[in-house]
Structure formats: C-alpha cells, structure tokens
Design a protein around this ligand. Structure first.
Ligand code: PLP
Length: 417
C-alpha cells in the first residue's frame, strides 16, 4: 500500500513530496513555531482566553468571575440595552449580512445614515465606513499615496497604519515616538522633492496611552505643506468635551485633514470609518481596494454604532465616569510605585520591562482573579514589556480597588515595586 493511501483522511498535515528543486517547505516556519504550545502546556499563555460571559467590569473565564482590564469598551456601552435593541431591530429589517460590496449590492440606507451622522458629529463634510478599522487604514493610506508621495509616521503608530503604507506606492519615513524635532528634520530633508506629504499619527497611542503632540504636528504640517491624518481609534468618545477626539481636545478640529476611527472601542460595535473633505472621501470610495473588494459592514453592527454615537453625543456622563475611573486607576498605580510611562488616557500601561517577569506578573494576577493582557515585543520595544491595563466607564470603584490591591500584592512579590 502506498503512503498516501495509508494516511488517514483526517490527517491535515501532509508533507510535500521531495523534489529535486525543493529548497525548503514553506510550512517549515510554522512547524518550527512551538513557543506558544510550550507556554500553554505550562499555563503561561495569556492570549486567546475564551470569555463565557461579559458583565461590564467583570467576565466569566474558565468558570471563574474575573475583573477585566485591558478591553476597549471605554464608555461601557457593550451591554447597554439601547444598543442591543437597535442591533436587533436592524437584524429584523435587513437580515444577517449584506453579502456584497458597498460598490455593488451592499450599500444599505443605514450605511448612508451612519456616515451622515458621523460627519455631522465630527464636523467634517463627509464620512465613509469600512468593515473594520484595520481595513479603513489599509483603504485610506493605500488609495491616497502615489509613487512620489511620502508618509511621516510616529514610530509607535498602530500596525494597520504601517500595513496601509506598505500597500501603497508611497514612501514611509519614521520619527521617534512624539519626537517632533526628528519629524521636522525629515520634512526639511525632503523639501523640494516631488510628491505630496502626509503626517500620520495615532491620536492616543494604544500601548503607552500617550496623546499625540498635535499642535506641533499641525504647525509642522503647515510649514512644510503636509496633510495630517489622525487615527483616533482610542480617542473618539474619550477625548474632548464633546467626545470628538484628539483634534477637539486641542481645539484643532479645522486643522486635521482626515480622521480615522473604529467602532470596536467606544462605539461598542465593529467596523471603521474615515471622516474628511467630501472630494477626498469620494476618491477613497471609488479607488480603495480594501473598501471595494470586501463585503459591506452588516446592519446590526451599524445600528449599534449609530446608537452609541447618539449616546456619546447626548450623555456626557459616561465620559465623565470614565475619567473618574482613569484618575482612580492611574493615581492608584502611581501611588503603589508602578511606572505608568506618563500615560494621559484610559490606557494605563504598567511597566515590567523583562518578558519573563511580565509573564510571571500576568500569571500572578490571573491566579488572583484579574484578567490582564501583557504586551511583549514586537508590540512594544525590546526590554519595554508592559501589562496593558485600561479602564472603562462601567468599572465600579470597588472593582478598581480590588484590581489595585492585586497589582500591589503581585508587584511586591515579584519585586516590580
Ligand atoms: C490605533 C488603532 N487603530 C486601528 C485599530 C483597528 O481597529 P479595528 O478593531 O476596528 O480593526 C486599532 C485596534 O486595535 C487601534 O488600536
């Protein structure tokens, strides 16, 4: 009997036949990647933990109720009955999927209603939604930059921005995180070269919780004739008196050319958007492959996001509660002696540095009933591992006290504080 016949039908792990030309199997790297399995075998794999129930500040995991920190449900709206009712209504009206691209059969009246309302909220001419924030970044950056155009990136920008730049024909230049002197050097060096310029920055950086130095960025953009794009994934609903994000926070709403956003955080849904001038948004709509060649955002997600937007706009109390919680968490961490890297927002990193120490810290917290997410390289620079905590409006003061107690206990045991 040949080997092929003897192989059971369930074996999805066949080896490629050896050929004279073969220099390696493209799967070699996958079979060599055993680190995650080894970590899981000794209970040190903190990722992909399945959550059985969500109750705001707590979740049920592996049969235990745990306090969760690190999610992005900033305004605490994922369990809001109004969002659930809106999603159910949209499900009844439109069904479960658009099964088509926006370009062809996938545009619903709800897409246009959401886009119009977003543009009104963000005070821009126009907005366009995407099936994920990640896709929105890919779409906008890949469509907008041609062969001579140059992107200037804060080194800590989110991965989706990097991938968007890589998909485009433009050139990417990086400056050290929030180092505007280096940004100016780069812009000055390129002066006189052909092509357009675009400074691209996260509004709130997803690992450090820092806010971009937008006033300086805008001044440099004016001086060197560059456009400014801000990824406000962690800022919409959070920063600014009206929750309109980083530009509102600095009083610079007329100075930012495009705002990128996501529905997967404060909007308690899924999807992404860009907001800006009508002609630019219309160009993206007709040119961006990650927009055109994928199915449209489903109605349920849009209805939930639209309801969240109304709540964000009409009920500042959620944002006020969030910021009270930020003060409690960050103040508490700093009083305990942790280095929170100068965070200014609901994202409060706890610096642990060494990868093994960070994993031991995570495990200590896990055993104590606290669900956290460690961030290791390449998500952070080598030697700068963190436990990424973040706070939501639906954490109670008691839950945050419990969380701090646990961080204090484990931090002392491991000599972090
Ligand atoms: C800064 C930033 N931009 C974009 C995204 C992508 O958003 P989405 O979850 O909608 O794909 C994220 C999500 O983690 C993010 O943190």
């Amino acid at each position: 009997m040949s080997e092929t016949v003897a192989t059971p039908k369930t074996d999805r792990n066949p080896q490629p036949p050896p050929t004279r030309e073969r220099t390696g199997d493209i799967f070699d790297k996958a079979y060599a990647f055993t680190r995650a399995d080894e970590a899981a075998a000794v209970g040190m794999h903190p990722y992909f933990k399945p959550i059985a129930e969500q109750h705001g500040g707590t979740v049920v995991v592996e049969g235990r109720e745990m306090i969760i920190t690190g999610s992005n449900d900033y305004l605490g709206l994922t369990q809001d009955p109004r969002l659930k009712a809106a999603a159910r209504g949209a499900l009844d009206n439109f069904g479960t999927s658009c099964t088509g691209s926006r370009f062809l059969t996938g545009t619903l009246t709800l897409h246009e209603a959401l886009e119009d309302r977003l543009a009104e909220f963000l005070r821009t001419e126009s907005a366009l939604t995407f099936s994920a924030g990640f896709l929105g970044s890919l779409a906008v950056l890949s469509a907008i930059a041609g062969r001579h155009d140059i992107f200037y990136f804060d080194r800590e920008n989110h991965a989706c921005l990097y991938d968007g730049a890589r998909l485009s024909y433009g050139t990417l230049r990086k400056y050290e995180h929030n180092n505007l002197d280096e940004l100016e050097d780069l812009l000055a060096r390129d002066a006189g070269k052909p092509g357009g310029r675009m400074i691209v920055t996260d509004g709130v950086f997803s690992m450090t919780g820092h806010i971009a130095k937008l006033p300086g960025i805008v001044a440099l953009a004016r001086k060197y004739g560059a456009r400014v794009v801000v990824d406000d994934a962690h800022a919409t609903g959070v920063l600014g008196m009206g929750g309109r994000g980083t530009a509102e926070h600095f009083g610079l709403e007329n100075e930012v050319d495009l705002v990128l956003g996501t529905f997967s955080k404060s909007f308690a849904s899924v999807g992404g958007f860009v907001a800006g001038p009508r002609m630019v948004v219309n160009f993206i709509k007709h040119r961006a492959r990650p927009f055109i060649y994928t199915a449209a955002l489903p109605a349920m997600q849009m209805a939930a996001a639209l309801e969240a937007l109304e709540i964000m706009d009409a009920e500042p109390e959620h944002r006020e509660k969030l910021w009270r919680n930020v003060a409690q968490l960050r103040g508490g961490m700093n009083r305990l002696g942790f280095d929170t890297l100068g965070s200014e927002t609901p994202i409060v990193p706890v610096m642990t540095g060494d990868d093994d120490l960070t994993m031991a810290f995570w495990r200590g917290l896990w055993d104590d009933g606290v669900f956290t997410t460690p961030a290791l390289p390449p998500s952070v620079p080598t030697g700068h591992a963190i436990i990424r905590t973040s706070v939501n409006a639906n954490h109670t003061p008691e839950q945050l006290d419990r969380l701090l107690e646990s961080f204090g206990r484990v931090g002392q045991q491991l000599g972090v504080i």
